[in-house]
Design a protein. Structure first.
Length: 114
């Protein structure tokens, strides 16, 4: 059973930074793609960023230039570096991984507020 465990969320002031981590129970290189999604209160879950097995990345327009997705196969970990955070970035952030199945983590809360 594949498990994904997010960490690194918390409370930060506008303009601040956080780095989210998603620890997988298997080598992340085995996934066709991985991604970060987020869900704010009262809103649908939305895509934040994705990375393929070859390392090609894609970021949502709302975070491009501020957030960076990356992974470390040896550490079995997916990352999301978040800079210049805004109150609109407040949400629960979820890690996602795809091979023959789709896997989700339990989520980590990010709150951006002054």
């Amino acid at each position: 059973q594949v498990q994904l465990v997010e960490s690194g969320g918390g409370y930060v002031q506008p303009g601040g930074s956080l780095r989210l981590s998603c620890a997988a129970s298997i080598n992340v290189g085995y996934f066709n793609a991985m991604g970060w999604y987020r869900q704010a209160p009262g809103k649908e879950r939305e895509l934040v960023a994705t990375i393929t097995s070859s390392g090609k990345t894609n970021h949502a327009d709302s975070v491009r230039g501020r957030f960076t997705i990356s992974k470390d196969n040896a550490k079995k970990t997916l990352y999301l570096q978040m800079n210049s955070l805004k109150p609109d970035d407040t949400a629960v952030y979820y890690c996602n991984a795809i091979n023959t199945n789709v896997y989700w983590g339990q989520g980590t809360q990010v709150t951006v507020s002054s």
